[in-house]
Design a protein. Structure first.
Length: 304
């Protein structure tokens, strides 16, 4: 009986230590904006999806101002296949003709409302919007290696007014990456690009990318080479070094761009890990890779 009581006491003490460890982060980032780019495998697994939204709900309830920007590429491909079409990609970007654009917009709005519903179920009020709402994401045609790939947009201008209005009224904005051009034609925007542009526009304290990798590695084949912290100069060296895999290269470029345009910190996290957002933001050691400006305060607290 005494061993059982001792075990229960240890569990309670562990919980208390976790809360105390989180306290300085809660104090530091209270009322600060954090943009979460949500995509990859974490969107396909229903349990992971719920855990991601739980993390965002907790961030909101302890005083953060979270914004979700989500993708939906795997779901779009599923629906493209469903109607008898074949998905095509050029340099990782979806070739988007008129019919594919129609499917993409339909699917992304469907995904958007499912995330809104889940956030509402977990006790906070969420509002789902696209980049067309409030004329938020204006874009131009994005070429891939000089090739026209259809209605794929490059963000040229962000009007964050509708985002600020939602945050001020205590709503969680959930944004899908559909924008418009000067002729009000709809465009599909890469979700990483949209999240980066939005984070810059609102001067977010943090931008977190949920990915299908653990973070940035010095050598991807060596899993012990995960980099927990890197400066903008470190990231530039990686980009110019030519050793990065295809998916990580544009992500790091987006990270550098965000930091150079006012975002304080950018996190690259493994969205397949349960509660990765909480582990990265509220613990001393974190779990992914964090990037910050040269000379900025180091990310982790010194442990006593």
């Amino acid at each position: 009986m005494k061993e059982h009581e001792d075990s229960m006491e240890m569990n309670e003490m562990d919980k208390a230590r976790v809360l105390i460890e989180a306290l300085p982060y809660i104090q530091k980032f209270n009322r600060k904006i954090i943009v979460v780019k949500y995509g990859g495998s974490a969107m396909v697994d229903e349990q992971l999806k719920r855990q991601v939204i739980q993390d965002v709900v907790l961030l909101k309830l302890v005083g953060f101002k979270p914004i979700i920007v989500h993708g939906g590429g795997k779901e779009i491909s599923r629906w493209v296949n469903k109607v008898g079409m074949e998905p095509h990609f050029v340099n990782g970007l979806r070739v988007t003709d008129g019919e594919t654009m129609e499917i993409a917009e339909m699917v992304l709005n469907k995904v958007n409302k499912s995330l809104v519903q889940l956030a509402n179920e977990l006790g906070i009020k969420a509002v789902g919007i696209s980049g067309k709402d409030g004329m938020m994401l204006k874009c131009e045609k994005k070429l891939s290696g000089g090739q026209d790939i259809g209605f794929v947009g490059n963000v040229t201008e962000v009007d964050p007014k509708v985002i600020y209005d939602l945050l001020e009224k205590d709503f969680l904005p959930v944004i899908c990456p559909i924008g418009f051009d000067s002729h009000f034609q709809s465009y599909n925007i890469n979700a990483d690009d949209a999240a980066c542009a939005i984070a810059r526009a609102v001067k977010a304290e943090k931008l977190a990318f949920l990915t299908d990798v653990e973070g940035v590695y010095r050598n991807f084949e060596d899993k012990s080479s995960l980099i927990s912290e890197m400066t903008v100069d470190d990231a530039r060296a990686f980009v110019s070094g030519g050793g990065l895999g295809g998916g990580m290269l544009p992500k790091l470029q987006n990270c550098v761009d965000a930091i150079e345009n006012g975002v304080s910190r950018v996190h690259i996290l493994d969205g397949r890990m349960p509660h990765c957002l909480l582990l990265e933001i509220f613990t001393n050691r974190g779990i992914g890779t964090v990037m910050f400006a040269n000379g900025a305060e180091r990310y982790h607290h010194e442990e006593a």
